[in-house]
Design a binder for this molecule. Sequence first.
Ligand SMILES: C[S@@+](CC[C@H](N)C(=O)[O-])C[C@H]1O[C@@H](n2cnc3c(N)ncnc32)[C@H](O)[C@@H]1O
Length: 605
Amino acid sequence: MRVVLVSREHPLGDPRGGIGTYTDTASRALARAGHEVTVVTRGEAADLREDGVRILRLDHRSLPHRYPERLLTARRTAHVVAALEPDVVQAAEWEAEAWWLARRSAIPVVTRLATPTYLVERLNGAEPDPRADLLRRLEADQARSSAAIVAPSQAIADRVGGDWGLQPGRITVIRNPVETDAVRAAGARPAPVALPERFVLFTGRLERRKGVHVLAEALPAVLRAHPDLHVVVLGDDVGAAGGDVRSQLLERTAFAAGRMHLLGRLPREDALAVVARAQLVVLPSLWEAFGFVAAEALALGRPVIATSGSGLAEVVREGDGGWLVAPEDPQALEAALLQRLGDADGLATASERALRRAEAFAPGAVADELGALYEQVVAEARGISTSIYGGGYRRYFRPEDRRDPFNRLYEAKRRAVLTRFADEPSLAVLDAGGGPGRLAAPLAERHAVTLCDISAEMLEEAGRRCPPSVRLVQADARSLPFDDASFDALLALDLVVHLPDLDAAVRELARVVRPGGRVLFDSTNAVPWWVLAYPGYVNWRPRRLLRTLRGGGVLPEWAPTVRHQRAGEVQAAIAASGLVLEDREDFGPAWTPKWQLWVTRRAEA
Ligand SMILES: C[S@@+](CC[C@H](N)C(=O)[O-])C[C@H]1O[C@@H](n2cnc3c(N)ncnc32)[C@H](O)[C@@H]1O
């Protein structure tokens, strides 16, 4: 499979953080598993190849303002990636690098949750930066518009999935890979600086969310109890944005200043050579999506004290090469450090267990899981099967989104339908294939509405949108679970395109309405010239336009699932089902409408 990983961070581009480390390891593992992998990153423009991975570096124009720059970068990246014609693209949500692709291209995008901007701000206790508002929205929107979402831990899947209202079934947990052999090789190198004999190590950016302020509280008692113990700290100081935690650390340990070694950020291999020599690694993060440094410490056989309640606890398991304490609890951290440092045998056993635990992050297994997910995503994008009604359908049909090419047209249709019900007395109405309740909710103000849909996901959303008086029924419109003549009126918008046998579908809809009752449904016109009026529908792509025109206005990936109809076919189905056509309203270009709304009445008995 042709896979593109988009990542501004990469060892060959910007200095790497977790996203860069992930991209490097995952890209190599995917290439080893037989995929054709390209990493699109930034840096001085170049096209390189390393370990079977093509690395394309883009020299993005620098703008003085960070946020507009991000958007332009996303657009340019999308163009470059589209030219590579990949089967699938993967990118982190961070800074919405793949937003343009997810939104504007037909290439399926897999978004990997790293840690979104809103969460980083929240964890750092920082006021949300109003300038980053757009970015925060784009990150969420990229995830929502993606074909699939992966998360390195259940913790981030639950937290971000909940905050962004993502369907739990849409997020697949696939842990991050750790290149154990490379980590161990780096760990075996000579230390880059003279190190103390016995030291506890903290590694990570010096910011609140890493729990540096908690460590500052816990350390004094530990340093006093162990006069030969030193503390080594690796990582950039983020300053005020990270809560000024470096100064807190130095103030609280000033009495042992000679035993505190703040080495700043070291090149990765040097950093690993330091980690490998620590007696104990301490990672008191408030919350982590995963915890690369913890997994790497385990791979180096270093026991870790970490915090519970986040993805970190899915990497470091209690008694399995490490121990967990509650986050934001300096007393608990102090007690754990004192207990573990006083137990040399316990540390030796933990070291052996850590080595074994690290095998859980083997890149080969992770690449296999990613490959299986890509297969699924690509199959779905190539021919959308009816299984999408079970989940993910919302991604395809979002007429209330202003960027949807049919946004205004759909609204005109919706209003026209509601107007036709406005002067009626209170009726028993069935909204068949009612989806998320766009019509059922306003109709319920006056009428007794039942909404039925085949999709549990849609019904869940309808439950949130509609008043409790609306009855929600999961049912297939081809065989409705209602007696004959159960309703005064029936409504079916954008439904019959999904029902393969038009005659049978209209007959079944007519059956459940009482004689004299109204049946209102629409069809999408198989005479496809209306497509020319909505170039966004085919993503402005000429080849896609031709295929769509040839397919009667149906996008290629929908061809197996939906069918558009000619007016004559619909009229025949209406007549055959005992309905009387009262009116027809067209929506879209006058020369060939996109939708035709059929207003019919069931013949009196
Ligand atoms: C394009 S949406 C339209 C939703 C709604 N009528 C509206 O206008 O917002 C089509 C809906 O039909 C539902 N659907 C598709 N096939 C169906 C079937 N055989 N029986 C019932 N509902 C079906 C889908 O789950 C989806 O909610």
